[in-house]
Ligand binder design. Structure first.
Ligand code: GLY
Length: 370
């Protein structure tokens, strides 16, 4: 099957790239299972560009750029598919339970303030005015008005529907096992006997991203970093904001669901939800809001964050197979970074724009050569 672009992986990253390129290319997405069923569905959908940032680097700037793309993306997906992806920009609250934590967070966010990003320090009273059901042990905290959340499962559904209406060929339950390389180019991608070929091949297979027999040197490994999640449900929505505590976070959906996350386990592709993690997540949730302790856990699940050796995304062309691009290693921020990743990869294929150098796959090749 021939296309202009073959995308291996039908999660939020692969679908976002496909949707973007479908304007002016024939695109095939090949997914080993069902589109979006892995990390894209397991995520909580936090758009935590500021909440999860530790320095003013290219990663932070990409997260901000991507976060700012969501209003237009959500509107255009709604117009095309009728699906409301639940973009919620009410902001994120960070709660501190000790003066030491307030001081540490204040120091941690000083550079964001200095660089002009909105962030407010709030007293315990101000926080409780915003969120009456948080713990009375809260001593203070911070408000990031521009971070937020999106319903990631609806996002995947809308992206898929939009891809289909734009003519993207989606092939599911088909695992690409190997690539054939000749003359410094990938000439085919094989799933058993089935062969797919394209002018450009994008590897966007999340935690499975480097498990393929690539046929060219791929000198790094994407590891799965398991996140375990719990879900509670309140009769009506009790919380307005994404709330980050000291040991975990809650993401309240508009229908009363409250997602609580998440562990970071180096446990391979083990899908287990462990008793120990469940207990820890219940503890971190009730630390944020003791009221949630009275509820039963309604659902539990795991997801595999795609983790590159230096925790950074790996985006762009590989140096030793000229028609291959990687869109891997989004780790804790795959949903957040999906629109900007689509833009970077599509621009690169179109020969316009450039991907920030810190994300280039070549960093692993130079390290391997040294
Ligand atoms: N971004 C939140 C998480 O990965 O747990």
């Amino acid at each position: 099957m021939d296309s202009d672009v073959l995308i291996i992986g039908g999660g939020v990253i692969g679908l976002s790239i496909a949707r973007e390129l479908a304007f002016d290319h024939t695109v095939t997405v090949v997914e080993r299972g069902r589109c979006g069923e892995e990390a894209s569905s397991a995520a909580a959908g936090m758009l935590g560009a500021q909440a999860e940032a530790y320095g003013d680097d290219q990663f932070f700037r990409a997260c901000i750029e991507s976060r700012e793309m969501f209003p237009e993306l959500a509107a255009s997906l709604f117009e095309e598919t009728g699906i409301d992806v639940g973009l919620d920009r009410k902001g994120t609250l960070l709660l501190s339970f000790s003066e030491a934590d307030i001081a540490a967070r204040s120091e941690r966010f000083a550079w964001q303030k200095a660089a002009g990003f909105e962030i407010e320090q709030l007293s315990a009273t101000e926080l409780r005015r915003e969120e009456p059901f948080i713990s009375t042990d809260v001593l203070g905290g911070f408000y990031l008005p521009n971070d937020g959340q999106i319903d990631n499962r609806k996002l995947v559904e809308a992206l898929r529907r939009s891809c289909e209406s734009r003519g993207v060929n989606i092939v599911e339950d088909t695992a690409i096992e190997r690539l054939a390389v000749a003359g410094g180019k990938v000439t085919g991608a094989f799933a058993g006997e089935a062969k797919f070929s394209a002018d450009n091949v994008v590897l966007a297979a999340g935690a499975w991203g480097t498990q393929i027999d690539a046929g060219f040197d791929l000198p790094f490994v994407i590891k799965p970093m398991r996140g375990q999640m719990l879900q509670f449900r309140t009769a009506k929505r009790l919380f307005d904001h994404v709330i980050v505590g000291q040991r975990g976070y809650i993401v309240p959906r508009s229908d009363g669901r409250v997602l609580s996350g998440a562990t970071m386990d180096d446990a391979g592709f083990d899908e287990s939800v462990t008793n120990e993690a469940t207990a820890r997540l219940i503890e971190s949730t009730t630390e944020i809001s003791p009221s949630l302790g009275a509820l039963k856990v309604q659902d539990v699940w795991t997801g595999f964050r795609p983790f590159a050796p230096d925790r950074m995304p790996v985006l762009g062309r590989v140096p030793n197979a000229e028609n291959v691009l990687l869109a891997l290693g989004h780790f804790r921020n795959g949903i957040l970074l999906s629109p900007v990743t689509a833009k970077y990869i599509a621009d690169e294929i179109r020969g316009v724009g450039s991907i920030p150098a810190d994300f280039s796959p070549s960093r692993f090749y130079s390290a391997a050569a040294a």
